[in-house]
Design a protein. Structure first.
Length: 364
């Protein structure tokens, strides 16, 4: 994940463009459009699942109907994304990330057998069924995820704009210090991302799954089941974490799809733009959010929706990674600062593994 995100960051830093914009220098627009539309569809479903999860959790804490919270959260996040400028949104998201530690705290509260956990974590077993192969694809798809590719590259462009480099030619290239600083940032971010995911898996495995609770329909089900098994404090922390993660994820999901479509059609784009100056870009964010709100009122199962969007991402990601690798090696697009050979090797191995997991899901 770290090598993939750094490769995308490098593309944004040295090409001066987002990922779709860089791809347009090398690949035909119809091919990029297919990827952008697939990203928009998967992200919109993911937004719906996140909104439902947040609203169910909020209902459990307040006893107010979840449909009210879906509308409030959806509209509130969209308004904040449209009217706040990039540096304001970035600051908010950075502080919101602290809520992720609720999951780490919950993991310690349940008092796991660390010897058993270490054995299960570091001595993996081969998937034995179609469902297990599907879950492997989903885990890969929610870790090495297409929306993160587009978001990472576009945020590098936003960072440059925030420094006053608004003209494209002024964003070409990156200094060694800038690249090293971003590498540290990406490495730290991906480490904590996977640490949190590890503790979510650990907590649910040792509480819900161990007690035979495997059919979870909503985040409220998960939190309510967790409380009697791991204590009310653990359940409350888990619930607050769900709300915080939704607030953290939704702007990233809608924003990455907006960046991808805007760069595909050469629309004016960016979270630093006013609504009047970038209407199509912000309309993508609004439509994606409205689709998510509608999903809740159509009673779409948010847990299954999250699972299937993760599977879709897991199947789409390796194809995108192939394109990213070729861009990262292109001296012209990368302004004579291509990715290093070790990075290309690691990302290539990850791509092959993701292709292998996808094939395994269809064969076994």
């Amino acid at each position: 994940m770290a090598f993939v995100q750094m490769m995308c960051a490098r593309i944004g830093m040295v090409s001066g463009r987002g990922l779709a914009g860089a791809m347009h220098r090398k690949y035909p627009r119809p091919l990029i459009l297919v990827a952008a539309v697939a990203l928009f569809a998967a992200n919109s479903i993911n937004v719906g699942a996140d909104l439902s999860g947040m609203s169910d959790a909020a209902e459990m804490l307040t006893r107010v109907n979840s449909h009210v919270f879906v509308i409030v959260f959806g509209i509130g996040i969209s308004v904040a994304t449209i009217f706040f400028r990039y540096h304001q949104i970035a600051t908010i998201l950075k502080w919101l990330a602290l809520v992720l530690f609720a999951y780490v705290i919950t993991g310690f509260i349940v008092h796991p057998d660390w010897r058993m956990v270490a054995h299960a974590a570091f001595i993996p077993t081969w998937p034995k069924s179609h469902d297990q192969w599907g879950m492997l694809v989903a885990i890969l798809g929610t870790t090495i995820s297409p929306y993160l590719f587009f978001w990472q590259a576009s945020q590098e462009v936003e960072e440059d704009k925030a420094k006053g480099r608004r003209m494209l030619y002024r964003r070409f290239g990156a200094t060694p210090v800038e690249i090293i600083t971003r590498k540290i940032d990406v490495d730290v971010g991906t480490f904590f991302s996977n640490l949190v995911m590890f503790f979510i898996i650990l907590t649910t495995a040792l509480t819900l799954h161990q007690h035979g609770i495997t059919q979870i329909e909503t985040s409220k089900d998960a939190a309510q089941a967790l409380s009697p098994l791991a204590g009310k404090f653990a359940g409350t922390l888990f619930t607050l974490g769900i709300v915080g993660v939704g607030l953290l994820a939704i702007p990233t999901l809608t924003g990455s799809a907006a960046y991808a479509l805007a760069e595909t059609f050469a629309w004016r784009e960016g979270l630093d733009q006013r609504f009047r100056g970038a209407r199509p870009f912000y309309l993508v964010i609004i439509v994606s959010t409205l689709i998510g709100i509608a999903m809740d009122f159509l009673n779409v199962n948010p847990v299954r929706a999250l699972y299937w969007t993760a599977v879709i991402n897991g199947l789409l990601a390796p194809f995108l990674l192939l394109g990213i690798i070729f861009i990262a090696l292109d001296h012209k697009v990368m302004k004579q600062q291509p990715s290093s050979i070790p990075s290309v090797i690691v990302v290539s191995v990850a791509t092959l593994l993701m292709f292998g997991a996808g094939i395994g899901m269809f064969i076994f």
